[in-house]
Design a protein around this ligand. Structure first.
Ligand code: TXA
Ligand code: MG
Length: 308
């Protein structure tokens, strides 16, 4: 991998325009936020979001935080309780992420929420991220801009060391101010639940070792209600077959065997299969390499029902 393929531009109006152009073309761009540098992509474009996973080499799909410029934009994507709105008014823009019920009408790629009915939303304070949100006019999905398994980047250098050669652009605004990922709070039910400790302390109890210890690993994922069978080369009676490459199926993740396209379509096809008349779901073999690893991990989790 040649790190010189990645440009680093100090933040300026021209740099923001260039970053916005790349994002609207479906590329992920590293951008400073007040917490850590994020790897941002258009949250309405499934393939753009799949490129985040490809660049990070992340071996699983976790739901990502959607960044928007203000509370009005957030209300278009999610349903706020009075309590959630009060928190948003108090802490946004800033390092607080709220997990909320996703609106039916929200225009978000299903890979962003890993197929869940909730969405994690944050209004960042950093002027560069704010400028990028306004220049693109899109909600931006952004995990920390580091390769999977390495630590979160708080300087453009860190991003370059970790993702150099894998992304087209890093916007550089010097070291981040907060340096720690946002506090994550679920506000999708009666009771607020703290999902990740962070810069904002709301005095909520957090149990290390408890159920919500590491949202990245433990976040509930969408699992189909129907039994799921992997590495299938044909459908058994009553099964809906999700194809890939040479295995055609009822619908295909990617006829050409493209893993990026497959990742982008995965959750939509799982929902489609689940909503069909079929009694079970079978999925064609996906190669255990690159994004295929994340797809296989996700499918493996989906075969285990909650409570099992
Ligand atoms: O400060 C931050 O939050 C940074 C900057 C870039 O904004 N972003 C960040 O994103 O830390 P990420 O992808 O590393 O962390 C997102 C966390 C994951 O642990 C994920 O499981 C959780 O948010 N999450 C996202 N959507 C969720 C949902 N619907 N339900 C529960 N957890 C969710
Ligand atoms: Mg991270």
């Amino acid at each position: 991998m040649d790190a010189s393929n990645t440009r680093v531009l100090p933040v300026s109006d021209a740099a923001i325009d260039e970053a916005a152009r790349l994002i609207l073309a479906g590329q992920p761009v590293a951008v400073p936020t007040e917490t850590v540098y994020g790897l941002a992509a258009d949250a309405t474009n499934a393939e753009a979001v799949a490129r985040i996973y490809a660049a990070k080499g992340r071996p699983s799909f976790n739901p990502l935080i959607v960044h928007v410029p203000d509370l009005d934009a957030a209300e278009k994507l999610a349903v706020f309780s009075e309590q959630a709105r009060a928190l948003a008014k108090q802490y946004w823009p800033g390092p607080l992420t709220l997990v909320l019920p996703k609106r039916e009408s929200a225009h978000l790629a299903s890979i962003v929420t890993a197929g869940l009915a909730t969405v994690a939303i944050r209004v960042p304070r950093h002027p560069a991220m704010q400028a990028l949100l306004r220049a693109t006019g899109r909600p931006l999905a952004a995990p920390s801009a580091n390769a999977s398994g390495s630590i979160s980047p708080t300087r453009a250098d860190h991003v370059l060391k970790s993702l150099g050669g894998r992304i087209p652009l890093v916007l550089d605004a010097g070291p981040t101010q907060v340096g720690l990922e946002s506090t994550i709070l679920a506000a999708d039910g009666e009771q607020l639940r703290l999902l990740r400790l962070g810069p904002i302390d709301l005095g909520l109890a957090f149990e290390p070792g408890g159920k919500v210890q590491a949202p990245g690993m433990l976040a509930r994922h969408y699992a189909p209600a129907k039994p799921l069978r992997l590495d299938a080369i044909d459908a058994r009676p009553g099964e809906y077959l999700i194809g890939f490459g040479p295995v055609a199926g009822d619908a295909s993740l990617s006829r050409s065997g493209d893993l990026l396209e497959a990742a982008a379509r995965l959750f939509d096809l799982l929902h489609q299969a689940d909503a069909s008349e079929a009694v079970g779901i079978a999925v064609a073999p996906i190669p255990a390499e690159r994004l295929g690893l994340a797809i296989r991990d996700r499918l493996g989790r989906a075969t285990h029902r909650e409570g099992e």
